[in-house]
Design a protein around this ligand. Structure first.
Ligand code: ZN
Length: 409
């Protein structure tokens, strides 16, 4: 991959059109100068044009020379791409997705909707519904569901589009440092947010208070009694009582912190008043809550699936070639024989690998904790105990099978 980066750097350096554009500009300048001369004195036309001939020819030659470098750079990079990314078939016998094209269409449409690409989503949905795909049943995967396409039609609802456009409108305002629409939304959905244990409404109010407190020199709002210290206090008086019950300590801190306003930077409350990251955080938390009230995950499942797939692909390709070379087969059915390391943000479920059998635990073979606190998979435990008292493989403690407790992750 490093070699490819080097090639890319070369392409950026050599194969850009800047030189050619400069050459063309200089030709245009020469032509314009000649036009000016002729316009000023029509008798000079033949002499000016004759004088122009050689420089123009040289100019065009230069353009072609410089373009040659661009073409060479592109061709070289194309070759490097082919070398590093040879076309290979995917390491799978069956296309597991072929049996559910409607579900894939649904995922694509949903992705477009939640990215705010409404017109593309509409066209995509129209076309997908107009000429529905033909699922081909694949061995070893669930059969196509009959209601796949009915599901797709539900995405055409105006309501969903309106909701997402609402979300983008509020996020846009947050980027402009305007909290009002977000606060209004949180108020309207206060009960739902509360029942989820969300603190978004308070976080928004808190940021509004701090934003006002920072005054016109920072927030750029009109310099009147609604801004600065009086504005912040007024805002707190009107809005903090509704948060008193859950966030009384935070409210007290926010109010008393202003006593330190003359030397905030060296006060213990300095961290509280640093709002640099707070805007991005409330925007993120707003998106998460908004999507969750719609019953959706905060980031697009299609994006996560594709990114995880792209990370896994090199390992899978390597595995496929090893399997082919050694003429072996995967023995475990629902498990990959290799570890695919994904970033933390892509891990949604805790997993446990039994330290004895090295197998990932499942519902049928759950992790079990012995009285000493060590955990192994149930099947390993059964093998160890053989029905009687046994020694933990990791410490000297002895226990009985019935003393072990299932660990729910
Ligand atoms: Zn133990």
């Amino acid at each position: 991959m490093d070699a490819l980066q080097v090639e890319l750097a070369k392409l950026r350096r050599d194969a850009n059109l800047k030189k050619s554009i400069d050459d063309v500009d200089s030709i245009i300048a020469q032509l314009e100068a000649a036009r000016g001369t002729i316009a000023a004195d029509s008798k000079s036309a033949s002499l000016t044009l004759a004088k122009l001939q050689n420089p123009l020819k040289q100019g065009f030659d230069k353009v072609n020379d410089d373009l040659k470098k661009v073409y060479q750079g592109q061709a070289k990079y194309g070759k490097a791409l082919d070398k590093h990314f040879p076309v290979k078939t995917l390491p799978t016998d069956y296309d597991a997705l072929a049996s559910h094209p409607s579900l894939i269409n649904r995922a694509i449409a949903m992705h477009l909707l939640r990215e705010g690409q409404f017109s593309v989503a509409t066209t995509f949905l129209d076309e997908a519904l107009h000429s529905p795909p033909h699922p081909s049943p694949t061995p070893g995967t669930p059969n196509p569901a009959s209601n796949d396409s009915g599901d797709l039609a539900s995405l055409q609802s105006q309501e969903l589009q309106e909701k997402f456009s609402d979300m983008y409108r509020i996020l846009e305002k947050l980027r402009e440092r305007n909290l009002h629409p977000a606060i209004e939304w949180a108020r309207q959905n206060s009960a739902d947010l509360e029942s989820r244990g969300s603190n978004l409404e308070f976080e928004l109010s808190k940021l509004q208070y701090l934003w006002l407190f920072q005054g016109p020199s920072v927030n750029g709002l009109p310099d009147d009694h609604n801004n600065g210290l009086p504005g912040a206090l007024q805002y707190a008086r009107t809005n903090f009582p509704r948060h008193q019950q859950r966030f009384s300590k935070d409210c007290q801190q926010l109010i008393t912190a202003i006593l330190y306003r003359s030397n905030l930077h060296s006060s213990p409350y300095q961290r509280l008043f640093n709002t640099d990251d707070a805007w991005a955080e409330v925007a993120q938390s707003f998106t998460r809550e908004f999507c969750s009230l719609l019953g959706l995950s905060p980031s697009s499942p299609l994006y996560i699936a594709c990114t995880a797939g792209a990370i896994a692909l090199p390992t899978l390709l390597k595995l496929a070639s090893i399997v082919k070379e050694k003429r072996t087969e995967w023995t475990t059915q629902n498990e990959l024989p290799v570890e695919i390391a994904l970033p933390r943000s892509m891990i949604f479920h805790a997993i446990f690998v039994c330290p004895v059998s090295k197998e990932q635990t499942t519902e049928a073979n759950p992790p079990m904790m012995m009285p000493c606190g060590h955990v192994v998979a149930k099947e390993s435990l059964q093998r160890l105990s053989k029905g009687g008292r046994f020694k933990c493989p990791y410490c000297p403690s002895e226990s009985l099978m019935r003393e072990a407790r299932e660990v729910v992750l």
